[in-house]
Write a protein that binds this ligand. Structure first.
Ligand SMILES: O=C(O)C(=O)C[C@]1(C(=O)O)C=C[C@@H](O)C=C1
Length: 360
């Protein structure tokens, strides 16, 4: 005999009670961990431990819940437990409703103290001055390339990268009214305007495109001006009471943006190895033939994979460049340590931006 709806719901209620007891037992343990950490003055947030917990739960997952769901659920559980130890203050490019905010929530879970900033520069300043414990900044988009302001600020900052997360970015055209008729201006962050240029050329070829400081700021303006439209997320549509006049208008359906999570080394030292880690570096090489080739040799010799290689002008007036390099592994692994030592010996400038668990 198949069970009735009320029997099945009674089963769910029973399981929920058990989950409640278990979750509170877990929270009480985290509270005790918090007391231990307070006594020894060590940091609350431990990204490598959280990565291990999530990897472990995914490995043990028999289904039917998907591994993505498991990651999401445990991220929130740990966020709530962490907030009992001490709520972490996280700075990001605001206002509410930006992709940067979404990235911050994806990385830390929703139990954080939010510190929205007006620019990427202010995110770096907040995390440097102590106004926030952590900052979340965009570093690259798979269609538009690197976020140059973030890369340039990495060069001189005392902050280091302790984590990363990447977001599938779906841009919508948002407006007070749900139609495409009578739009005079499209407002958005320059990156979003660039990521949607094909759609804009096809559907709104004669409409002015105006760059603003963030997509959420564009949404705020579109809520004030009925003849303006914004390019932003569905969260921004909710936040500012706008309609989605056209959905998923980004030219690349797999449009992803990667964000780095930064903090002062005093707030959190480089995370221990989690098993799936990355080292980010900035280097420059002497201006001589073959120098760029030479820095790749130690990586090959020690069997270290490079997952990213970007260049930025050094602004020295010469044709000199800084190279932003991501390597797979952790410096506690002898082959990675050996490759880094040999690489450093070849560089005119060498800065480790961070060592951190690979993100989602
Ligand atoms: O294991 C710890 O250090 C904890 O504080 C517990 C816990 C968790 O909830 O599992 C919470 C915060 C840390 O970032 C890591 C893990």
């Amino acid at each position: 005999m198949p069970k009735t709806l009320s029997e099945l719901r009674a089963g769910i209620d029973q399981v929920d009670r058990e989950l409640l007891t278990l979750l509170n037992r877990r929270a009480a343990l985290a509270n005790e961990v918090g007391e231990l950490k307070r006594a020894e003055g060590s940091p609350v947030f431990r990204p490598e431990r959280e990565a291990q917990v999530i990897n472990g739960m995914q490995a043990a997952n028999p289904g039917p819940l998907k591994d993505d769901n498991i990651a999401h659920i445990w991220r929130e559980i740990m966020s709530a437990c962490r907030a009992l130890e001490a709520p972490q203050r996280v700075a990001y490019l605001g206002p509410a409703g930006t992709y940067s905010e979404q990235a911050a929530l994806q990385f830390f879970g929703s139990s954080i103290a939010r510190v929205p900033c007006v620019s990427i520069d202010e995110v770096f300043q907040s995390a440097t001055s102590g106004a926030a414990d952590f900052g979340v900044v965009p570093v690259e988009n798979n269609t538009e390339g690197v976020v140059t302001r973030s890369l340039d600020l990495f060069l001189g900052t005392p902050l280091h990268i302790i984590g990363e997360t990447s977001l599938l970015v779906r841009h919508h055209l948002l407006r007070k009214d749900a139609s495409l008729q009578g739009i005079e201006v499209v407002v958005a962050h320059p990156q979003a305007l660039a990521q949607c240029q094909g759609w804009l050329n096809n559907h709104l070829p004669d409409v002015e495109r105006r760059a603003v400081s963030s997509n959420a700021e564009g949404a705020r303006l579109a809520a004030e001006h009925p003849e303006w439209a914004a390019i932003a997320s569905d969260r921004a549509a909710n936040e500012f009471g706008l309609h989605i006049a056209a959905q998923a208008i980004q030219d690349d359906p797999f449009n992803r943006t990667r964000f780095a999570v930064v903090c002062l080394p005093q707030v959190l030292a480089a995370p221990d190895a989690s098993g799936k880690d990355c080292v980010s570096l900035i280097v420059s090489v002497p201006n001589k033939p073959g120098a760029v080739h030479d820095i790749l040799v130690p990586l090959k010799q020690h069997g270290v994979s490079m997952t990213r290689f970007e260049s930025r002008p050094a602004r020295s007036g010469q044709w000199e460049y800084y190279f932003y390099i991501d390597l797979q592994g952790h410096p506690s692994q002898p082959h990675v340590a050996a490759a880094l030592k040999d690489l450093q010996a070849l560089c005119a400038f060498y800065k480790v931006l961070g060592t951190y668990p690979l993100g989602e």
